[in-house]
Design a protein around this ligand. Structure first.
Ligand code: SF4
Ligand code: SF4
Length: 469
């Protein structure tokens, strides 16, 4: 290896792949991958894109399937509305999410980045494809960039930037529909644009942001900005599954024609794994923070191995221990334990969301009040109920005592109690109970809230005060 290439090979230790020796941006011209992993990732990417654009259109009982209305502090998950008072669920979700990310990364490395991260999906399967389509291969792209501003360059660059901006606008619209809701967005689109100038500006800000990210920032998001990418190094260990170059099998690398004579390893130093990398790194230098686990180098190297009649897998999913020992990695107890824990956390969170009630209820005696005793011996307590109806429908309800003798007298609400949608509803009422049914000064009892079909939607334990016996 000459001094220059040796310096290049070692440069990965001192700077990220997107920065050149003189500190300037090193633009990555990645070759379009092909192979079994790329094929599956393509199908998955189309699936994710379809979900991303279709999901805001899905509504359950009038609620958007997924919506994060930060402006009103109102979130809809699986069609259920969540309010700031569901903070507990968000706190659990947040903690679960962090544990999930850490455990997942310890076991499976950066699998998420390569297979499911929106940045990778949009960059590699939308924007880069547009670029390959308009400007051609990396060699053609370089040539075009270095060419003077002739007619061909102006047309190609303009078409590309217009398409980039149009797709960014589309993404911004979809993104906005996750915030303000797709119905609201459609309404705004149909109405005169100057009636919603604030939202239009917001849309343009999002569009410009996406455009800058996908047209210029690109791989820097993964290599420098994304905190998950920056943190992965501390989460890896020698059993972490990652995209690895089998240096035991591959080294010493060298040209195919010298393989026998120089007793070389299986890597023929063709650099196909390097030119295909979207973050511009050489996986043969070992695990690097810039690797987003996209599998493009696996596909490229497998193709080379097929052509020179050697077994595939010189670059493959493997842990450091697997590469060192040459043994197929066993599913370790740690991996099993982490995977079980991961599954339990996901199940726990789904159950938490699915079983969350649409009503938050507080019932307590009116402050400063104890009890009243009527002439016939009936004891009365005055209660206040505060009920948040988190659904998007008004719900008529009845209050009934559960398993105790007595009577409820609602104050007001002559037309019946209706829990107004998305509001806190206050209801004041008396409970009257015959004195002989009370067990002492403090009687525990339950009050039920029933919908108009007679279904119990909530039961609340309360304390009923009576005279000393
Ligand atoms: S090293 Fe391989 S897996 Fe990692 S980003 Fe580059 S091409 Fe993708
Ligand atoms: S594609 Fe495979 S053979 Fe070619 S340089 Fe990369 S690791 Fe070596």
């Amino acid at each position: 290896m000459n001094i220059r290439s040796q310096k290049d090979a070692e440069s990965f230790r001192s700077r990220v792949s997107s920065v050149d020796e003189d500190g300037s941006r090193r633009w990555v011209y990645a070759t379009q991958p092909s192979g079994r992993f790329y094929k599956v990732r393509n199908y998955l990417a189309y699936f994710y894109l379809a979900i991303f654009f279709i999901m805001p259109l899905i509504h359950i009982n009038g609620n958007q399937f997924l919506q994060f209305n930060l402006l009103e502090g109102r979130f809809t998950i699986f069609g259920k509305i969540f309010w700031p008072n569901d903070f507990f669920i968000f706190a659990v979700a947040f903690i679960t999410g962090i544990i999930l990310v850490v455990l997942f990364t310890v076991v499976y490395g950066r699998l998420f980045c390569g297979w499911a991260c929106p940045q990778t999906i949009f960059m590699e399967f939308v924007f880069r494809k547009i670029e390959w389509w308009i400007e051609g291969t990396p060699a053609q792209q370089r040539k075009l960039n270095n060419a003077p501003w002739n007619k061909e360059k102006i047309i190609k660059k303009s078409v590309k930037q217009i398409l980039f901006f149009a797709v960014s606008f589309l993404i911004a619209n979809a993104f906005l529909s996750y915030i303000i809701g797709s119905y609201e967005l459609m309404k705004i689109i149909r109405e005169p644009v100057f009636d919603h100038i604030g939202l239009l500006l917001g849309l343009l800000v999002f569009t410009t942001m996406f455009y800058i990210v996908f047209a210029y920032v690109r791989d820097i998001v993964c290599t420098t900005i994304c905190p998950y990418g920056r943190l992965q190094g501390v989460m890896y260990d020698k059993d972490t599954m990652q995209i690895s170059y089998d240096y035991v099998r591959g080294e010493p690398r060298g040209k195919l024609k010298n393989k026998e004579a120089d007793n070389l390893g299986d890597c023929i130093d063709c650099r196909k794994c390097v030119v295909v990398c979207p973050t511009g790194i050489d996986i043969r230098n070992g695990v690097q923070m810039e690797c987003v686990g996209c599998t493009a180098c696996i596909d490229a190297c497998d193709d080379v191995m097929d052509q020179i009649d050697l077994p595939r897998g010189l670059i493959r999913y493997a842990s450091e221990n697997e590469i060192q020992s040459g043994q197929k990695s066993k599913v370790t107890t740690k991996v099993k334990a982490y995977s079980i824990l991961l599954s339990l956390l996901v199940i726990f969170f789904v159950v938490l969301i699915a079983t969350r009630s649409n009503y938050d209820t507080y019932i307590g005696r009116v402050k400063g009040q104890t009890f009243q005793v009527a002439e016939d011996g009936t004891v009365s307590n005055l209660f206040d109920a505060k009920i948040i109806n988190k659904s998007n429908q008004d719900v008529p309800v009845d209050f009934k005592l559960i398993d105790v003798e007595g009577n409820i007298r609602i104050i007001g609400h002559a037309e019946g109690i209706v829990l107004k949608k998305e509001q806190m509803n206050k209801i004041t009422f008396f409970i009257d109970r015959p004195a002989n049914t009370l067990k002492g000064r403090n009687s525990k009892m339950k009050i039920g809230i029933y919908d108009k079909e007679g279904e119990l939607i909530k039961s609340v334990k309360i304390n009923f005060l009576g005279p000393f016996k």
